[in-house]
Design a protein around this ligand. Sequence first.
Ligand code: ADP
Ligand code: ZN
Length: 725
Amino acid sequence: MIQQAKEILQETFGYNTFRPLQNEVISNVIRKKDTLVIMPTGGGKSLCYQIPALIFNGLTVVVSPLISLMKDQVEQLEEFGVPALFLNSSLTPEMYRQNVNRLRRGDAKLLYLAPETLMMDSTRRLLSDIKVDCFTIDEAHCISEWGHDFRPEYRQLARVRKDFPDAVCLALTATATPRVRNDIRDILEMKNSNAFVASFDRNNLLLKIADKENPLDQILDFLYTRPKQSGIIYCFSRRQVDELYSDLKHEGHSVLPYHAGLSETERTRNQDAFIRDDARIIVATIAFGMGINKPDVRYVIHHDMPQNIESYYQQIGRSGRDGLQADCLLLYSYSDKQKIQYFINKKEGTEKEVAEKHLEALINYLEFDGCRRIPLLNYFGEKYEKEDCGMCDNCLRHKDELQDLTVPAQKYLSCVARTGEMYGAHHIADILRGSKAKKILENGHDKLSTYGIGVDWPKNQWIQLSRLLIRKGLLKKDPQYGSLLLTDDATAVLSGDEILQGVLDRTQTGTGDDVRTKTTSDVENKYDEYLFEELRKKRKELADVQEIPPYTIFPDTTLMEMSYYFPQSEEKLMGIYGVGSAKMKKYGDIFLDIIRAYCEEHNIKERSRDLNRRINKSTSSRKHDRVGREYNSGKSINHLAEQFGVKKVTILSNLKKFVDDGNSIDPAGVLEASELSERKRDEVFESMKRIGPELLKPVYEDLNKEVDYNELRILQLAYLAEHGS
Ligand code: ADP
Ligand code: ZN
């Protein structure tokens, strides 16, 4: 029978191989053995019951707590040609009746139900006449009071389950704690069941922590190379959401807000817009995400620190469900930590203790020097065996980026000691830089031996060092006054017994398209972006007509494969990820036509499948190097944009990286991209000269916000090309 399962996987869903544990779970279920499945978000839980549903003669009932998810699942199944329907309070009486009739006629393989609906007498009567082969409980952690979203109705499921003595019971969740797991088994009386626990490592998520310095600038830098990707930005408060939303909107980004302060209609509308690719970015509080099944969320940014590792993991887990690389960036600042500490201090007893443990684990993760997957998976009771995941900031950082910072650290720490551990990071930096500020002179700090011994570094760098010293546990910040205190560990560095190594600048966020890591495939690296855009446009058109999310037609992965393999025939199209027979019939010709026409116009040939080898980062040349070299050989920015099939902004950002690496380029070619008048340009250059060209926000404000960031980036590059980085 497992052979049949494999055929369904390929024929109906268009996937080649099972994901880890799917095979085992499915064969257990079709042998009618009760099964508990614990898999991270995106692990592929749905197929674990959808494939058996197609093998069983009778009906598969799926209990699901969220109405929006039921609708989404049914829409996706229908696109795969699988007859499915749902019953819940969102249906009009007429639609409800229609669905009931379809069920009676045996016209569905899967029925999705809210627990309340299942409990209704009418539903139970209806189901008593129908053969039910599988009883699936999705989001099964809702059954446990120890879980984060306990739903009292779930408790009743154990009782209802007895209505279907011939049905196998399958419970699924992404919550891994043993307590919840045992609860599920006890309450559902699944004593003799098998449990399958998948690894919680999501290896396509790139984990990155940056020091929060100018969050808006940092986020704009991050978004710069990702104009067409979908992403979620989490903020701590509603006010922060509103603020960031309007800033991003002002910058021309396609963005909407989401938090509990908005009306339900607005929330639904914004969520739908995100799901349907009408808005690219959602800025949200933690209220957002539960009902989101969107597989192509390409990044999650934490503007503020999350509550604890569990919610962080859940939030980043919403990206990259399709298995393609997704970037998870967290902006970390000491004051965020203090904000959370402040809330914890208001709690009492065990609640306070638990919250403190959670915070400690989170900080440990954020300040960890080695592979981030080690503390992260450790938190979920899993040991990460590899040393280098190649998919976190620490693993990707070149070893040569580590600097010996012993001497500057000694300067800084002794300055803290000499001022009696009573001052903050800025004041210490000012002393080291020999500032004549009033506060320094009044306190006689210009008489200190450490006064002016740090003029060789800009202030910013000293501030970065102070953060590093805190991170390394050599300094502590007084929670009340913000003054810096020496810890015991500082002594060894001060005395020269220990050296200090580290990376000073951890504020960079703008690493975009050139962070192609070991796990990305050739398809992801080299697909034709132009064709991809054409296919995407068509997909959106088809989706809008049917009022379904674009990803239900084909996920990005499918379009990417189409734009890499250029299939010319139905047979070849069937080999593409996610193209099953129903979708082939419905959309095959439409997409084939576009691909064929494109190939003819550009003289492109079909690529055969076995060329899809995984590439190794070290052998692939970095894109920005290539762009830089070609630019220097005389090609214009427009020409390059066309050649690489990307936007002008992407070329500019590649050139910026090229210059940041210490290469030189001709500024004239960059200026061609600017649309400003010469006079205005000079104003910008003047401002950069005064303030420095590195950070754009101060320049933006200096010019009364009159010049937009896109122009500023062009001129920044021209400036750097002229004066050196
Ligand atoms: P979960 O419910 O565990 O969060 P889903 O069932 O929604 O995960 O699956 C996540 C994505 O992975 C979906 O887009 C699904 O179609 C896809 N997927 C699941 N199993 C496979 C597979 N064996 N091969 C390829 N894609 C798969
Ligand atoms: Zn790592």
